[in-house]
Ligand binder design. Structure first.
Ligand code: MOS
Length: 710
């Protein structure tokens, strides 16, 4: 359809509002009343009890209105540990709930004052005494305490088919390698923050949340209020990445303090607090065993994962989950074990599980290819499954091979020298690497409302969020196409709990779920228009949920990453020179915003490979590099312009009626492994302990030089 609006690279309809400052983020929302400012005080021990709170000095400080601690916090709904995504983020989140300290940096008090500066100054005057207990903060040491988790994101903790050990013992080529990935922290530009206001007995919370609906439930159940006494507003969100799936102390404490002070209260976390008060991606230890015949056909795949979980709230990083669908092999084993530590709560971060699982698996495949003396592209092609290898059901679509082949062609993969260290540019050693990517496609029930007035202006309402991904724009495109109006005739209203319920933004399910519901609403409206019902304002609602196709078909999106790096032969510094990702995520809803998502994911892969590492002080349980000076993410200087994402034309009618699949988390999957494999190809150093920092590369190069001299 040449005149299709869906798919076009339409500019963000909210772009102008964002660049002119009219887009209101939670902390920017003005109030009709003078706002009071809250600042959190956080624990300076990792495990123990609060023995004393001395608030007097803080209370007497200029401008201070309230100091809240476990001693005077109002009653709240009880906390239930664990749970899977949906329920997990709708749980009550009681704050300052007792004397127990579960992790370093846990909120222990709130100071509210007339100004932010007064609250910040007074927060330093709250004195807490603790009875410190020795805690477990080291995943390596804690491994002996590991246990199977109740849930992983999808499926069971373990899977086993055939006999991996036997196949492993009798195969021509094998790899048995252990990879480690560090703690990672979401660092969206917008800090987590909330503004809470009461009018009579009704609470309005403006907050940064990906999931308006579960946030609505979470706030209502914590404050023990009926849902209709709580409104949640989150119209613009400056990045989420999973870190804004749950809500945190800012939302709850702002609501409690505002009720008490009869005045709006705003609380914004500091960048440092983001590392402990919000969730993080858990560190992992991953053992990967691969066995193959001389023909390169895998006979066994084993992927065993150990991952940190907060002792207080179980969450398992499902790093081996996508290994269950990546390659064919008759003998298979995946396991997940959580290591309970006295650290902040782990939860989802962009492509939870898959992002770090593929860092390990896709490096192991490269290692096996070398053992077999086979091109790593060819090895992947030889192990393409004809159905889901563990569920034994067909894939809805399977396009890993076209992604690999087109990527190889466009990138010039044939220019790679299979022996490391052969390509040079002055002092730089050059290398090419590649990796495959898969990411499950999820869908959730969603609802939408659409109106059209006599001038054919359309209004869409959903409690969906736009976390920077382009939700506003793709929903406008869908409504415009189905109702045959221009995109600029559509106003999209999102991020409000009064609007029809959606799953929000998470797990890359937002677009496929919400566009399906909006389509139903538009079709219903069209029927009314065609029937000539009413004059002027017409309104319709629609809903949509995943059907049988999600049980009958294994649904994934696919990709292939190719990277060229340069390694400084003197310092071990790694520079990305160019990178290409080729992807199939079904029908692309907006070529521009989808490309941005994919490139964003790829660059996050660069960060995972080379930069990111939230370091735990294993004596105290504190994240020590908790700001953007200490916690490195790729910046412009780390990223050349030659980074490109290509999207194959696809349509998956099993995913949703529009044929689209989730795209937001696909780009990060496998991306870091392509970099790691390129580093190896450049300099012959295999770093299995991410991130691949200069000192690790350099010591590897020095070891191999020494070995050569002997
Ligand atoms: Mo995503 S990590 O489910 O926001």
């Amino acid at each position: 359809m040449p005149d299709s609006i869906i798919g076009q690279p339409v500019d963000r309809i909210d772009g102008r509002a964002k660049v002119t400052g009219r887009a209101r983020y939670a902390a920017d929302v003005p109030s009709g009343m003078p706002v009071a400012y809250g600042v959190l005080v956080t624990s300076t021990i990792g495990r123990g009890e609060i023995s004393r709170v001395e608030a007097g000095e803080a209370e007497r400080a200029p401008g201070v209105l309230l100091v809240m601690s476990h001693e005077n916090v109002p009653a709240q709904g009880p906390f239930k540990a664990g749970g899977l995504a949906g329920q997990r983020h709708a749980r009550a989140k009681p704050q300052l709930d007792g004397t127990r300290i579960h992790y370093y940096g846990e909120p222990v008090a709130l100071v509210v004052a007339d100004t932010f500066e007064q609250a910040t100054a007074a927060a330093r005057l709250v004195r807490l005494s603790y009875r410190t207990e020795s805690g477990s903060y080291d995943i390596g040491e804690g491994r002996r305490l590991a246990y199977p988790p109740e849930h992983i994101v999808v499926g069971k903790a373990d899977s086993k088919i055939g006999d991996v050990d036997r196949a492993f013992a009798s195969s021509a080529a094998r790899i048995d390698a252990t990879y480690t990935t560090p703690y990672q922290s979401h660092n969206p530009m917008e800090l987590v923050g909330s503004l809470a206001e009461w009018s009579d007995d009704k609470l309005v919370v403006h907050c940064a949340t990906q999931l308006v609906n579960s946030t609505h439930h979470s706030i209502a159940s914590t404050l023990q209020l009926p849902l209709d006494k709580v409104e949640v507003v989150s119209e613009f969100i400056g990045g989420g990445f999973g870190g804004k799936l749950p809500i945190y102390g800012d939302a709850i404490l702002a609501a409690l303090a505002a009720r008490q002070l009869k005045r709006p209260v705003k609380i914004v976390l500091t960048r440092q607090q983001m590392f402990s008060v919000t969730t993080h991606r858990a560190a992992t230890i991953q053992r990967v065993r691969l066995a193959a015949g001389n023909d390169g056909k895998l006979t066994a795949i084993a992927h065993e994962v150990w991952t940190q979980s907060a002792r207080m709230d179980e969450f398992a990083e499902a790093a081996a989950a996508s290994t269950r669908a990546m390659y064919a092999a008759p003998n298979r084993l995946t396991t997940h074990r959580v290591v309970p530590l006295d650290l902040p709560v782990a939860d989802s971060m962009r492509a939870p599980g898959d992002a770090v699982g593929q860092l390990a698996l896709e490096q192991a495949i490269d290692e096996l290819a070398e053992k077999l003396d086979m091109d790593p592209l060819e090895l992947r092609l030889r192990n393409e499954p004809d159905q889901d290898p563990e569920k034994h059901i067909p894939f809805s679509t399977r396009s890993l091979v076209p992604c690999l082949q087109q990527g190889a062609k466009r990138f010039g993969w044939d220019r790679r020298h299979k022996t490391p260290g052969r390509m040079k540019d002055a002092n730089w050693l050059l290398g090419l690497g590649m990796a495959a990517a898969i990411r499950p496609n999820y869908r959730q029930p969603a609802h939408a409302r659409v109106r059209m007035d006599e001038n054919r202006r359309v209004v869409v309402e959903m409690d969906m969020t736009d976390i920077g991904t382009g939700s506003y724009t793709i929903l406008a495109q869908v409504a415009a196409e189905l109702l045959q109006v221009p995109v600029d005739a559509v106003s999209v209203h999102l991020g409000h709990s009064a609007y029809p319920e959606t799953p929000g933004s998470g797990g890359s399910f937002g677009a496929a779920s919400c566009t399906a519901a909006l389509r139903e609403a538009c079709l219903a409206l069209k029927k009314k228009i065609d029937a000539g019902q009413g004059s002027g304002n017409l309104q319709a609602e629609g809903q949509s949920e995943p059907g049988e196709e999600y049980r009958k078909f294994s649904q994934y999106s696919y990709g292939a990453h190719f990277a060229e790096v340069a390694v400084d032969s003197t310092t071990g510094e790694v520079r990305l020179r160019r990178m290409l990702g080729v992807f199939d995520a079904g029908r692309i809803l907006n070529a521009k915003t989808a490309r941005s998502q994919l490139i964003g994911g790829m660059l996050w892969g660069v960060g995972s490979a080379l930069h990111e590492n939230a370091v735990v002080d294993t004596r105290s349980g504190a994240f020590v590099n908790s700001d953007l000076a200490g916690y490195h993410v790729p910046v412009h200087a780390d990223v050349p312009t030659a980074v490109e994402a290509v999207m194959l034309a696809g349509f998956d009618d099993k995913s949703n009626p529009l044929g689209s699949k989730g795209v937001g988390e696909l780009g990060i999957c496998g991306a870091g492994a392509a970099i790691a494999n390129a580093v190896y190809n450049a300099c012959g150093v295999r770093v299995r302990d991410y991130p691949i920092t200069p000192e690790k590369v350099l010591s590897g190069m020095m070891r191999s030089e020494l070995a050569q001299q002997r």
